[in-house]
Design a protein around this ligand. Structure first.
Ligand SMILES: NC(=O)C1=CN([C@@H]2O[C@H](COP(=O)(O)OP(=O)(O)OC[C@H]3O[C@@H](n4cnc5c(N)ncnc54)[C@H](O)[C@@H]3O)[C@@H](O)[C@H]2O)C=CC1
Ligand SMILES: O=C([O-])CC(=O)C(=O)O
Length: 332
């Protein structure tokens, strides 16, 4: 019996993500939580003729506890999205506290669940989540994931467009680093099937589009939010991969932002990225979650090395900010 939870389920990402989970044969129970409208979304989804039993809770009457108890996988898209002109880091002030409090709930009510953090800025909210779990002595690095799948999905789509390929899903580009601007590093040199941009201009434009794809959607939505449907697709894709691996399927590898010292193979990556504790790399998934971090850094091109340098310096500050937030919060 698999129980999946969405925290922030009434939002732009939360609703379509919940729909995809309700539609999945891998989910038996789906519990939705939000500060508004979660019971309404749950009532709506509950009429769909798939097997998952759906419930919805608000904070009142121990709603978070009821949502999380017995959960195997918790996906967190709770928090505010960007408006034009904002960076993901501008969301920190509000979203850091939201993620902190929700992960406290995870630590108390379902400490063994997989935790998938979507709320931005991912580069900082995942370190916050790790600190909260550590403080409760329940941190299992194999089970905490920053969801960077949308970068991978965009990389496939944008490379397919430039390469003139009809089906983007047949193109895989590893994307490493973090989830914002220059911390997003697509490794075009390791695309499968192999892909070579025509010239440096084409390469640079493609990399920029993958790094700043989020801005494209923020601009197009004109102040009403950021990517929601493509994020729900990407978030579900990652959750599904994890559930399949947990059920024993072998050979599943997905890029995700993990705590390197706690994952097999992570130490090697850590050496290659200036000692950073958190970094997204393709990770082999298994029954316990992150089974093995792969290290694609050794074989990158000279140009990718430069991108990596910019990534490392940006990510360092983002991670530190998340870790320090916990310190402040824990004084309260
Ligand atoms: N990791 C990624 O690749 C991506 C991350 N995001 C991030 O996902 C987050 C959510 O985006 P949207 O769904 O578009 O926003 P939204 O505003 O449409 O939905 C957020 C939901 O969170 C709920 N919420 C707020 N505080 C809460 C709390 N304490 N407990 C439970 N629920 C709470 C709100 O009521 C709302 O329903 C944003 O931070 C956004 O930046 C968005 C796209 C991609
Ligand atoms: O751009 C944003 O703020 C939302 C996001 O993370 C993305 O679309 O990659």
């Amino acid at each position: 019996m698999v129980k999946a939870v969405v925290l922030g389920a009434a939002g732009g990402i939360g609703q379509p993500l919940s729909l995809l989970l309700k539609n999945s044969p891998l989910v038996d129970e789906l519990a939705l939580y939000d500060v508004v409208n979660a019971p309404g979304v749950a009532a709506d989804l509950s009429h769909i003729s798939t097997k998952a039993k759906v419930t919805g809770f608000l904070p009142a009457d121990d709603g978070l506890e009821k949502t999380l108890t017995g959960a195997d996988i918790v996906v967190i898209p709770a928090g505010i999205p960007r408006k034009p002109g904002m960076t993901r880091d501008d969301l920190f002030k509000i979203n850091a506290g939201i993620v902190h409090d929700l992960v406290e709930g995870v630590a108390k009510f379902c400490p063994k669940a997989f935790v998938l953090v979507i709320s931005n800025p991912v580069n900082s909210t995942v370190p916050i989540a790790a600190e909260v779990l550590k403080r409760h002595n329940v941190f299992d690095p194999k089970k905490l994931f920053g969801v960077t799948s949308l970068d991978v999905v965009r990389a496939s789509t944008f490379v397919a467009t430039v390469a003139g390929k009809a089906d983007p899903s047949q193109i895989t580009v590893p994307v490493v680093g973090g989830h914002s601007g220059e911390t997003i590093v697509p490794l075009l040199s390791q695309a499968t099937p192999a892909f070579s941009p025509k010239n440096d201009e084409e390469r640079d434009a493609l990399i920029k589009r993958i790094q700043f794809g989020g801005d494209e959607v923020v601009q197009a939505k004109q102040g009403t939010g950021s990517a929601t449907l493509s994020m729900a697709y990407a978030g579900f894709k990652f959750a599904e991969a994890l559930l399949k691996a947990a059920a024993g399927e072998k050979g599943i590898v997905e890029p995700t932002f993990v705590y390197l010292p706690g994952v097999e193979g992570g130490a090697e990556v850590q050496k290659a990225v200036g000692g950073l504790d958190f970094f997204a790399v393709p990770v082999e998934l298994g029954p316990e979650g992150a089974a093995k971090a792969t290290n694609p850094i050794g074989s990158i091109s000279e140009h990718e090395k430069k991108l990596l340098e910019a990534c490392i310096s940006g990510l360092k500050g983002n991670i530190q900010k998340g870790v320090e937030f916990k310190k402040e919060a824990s004084k309260l």
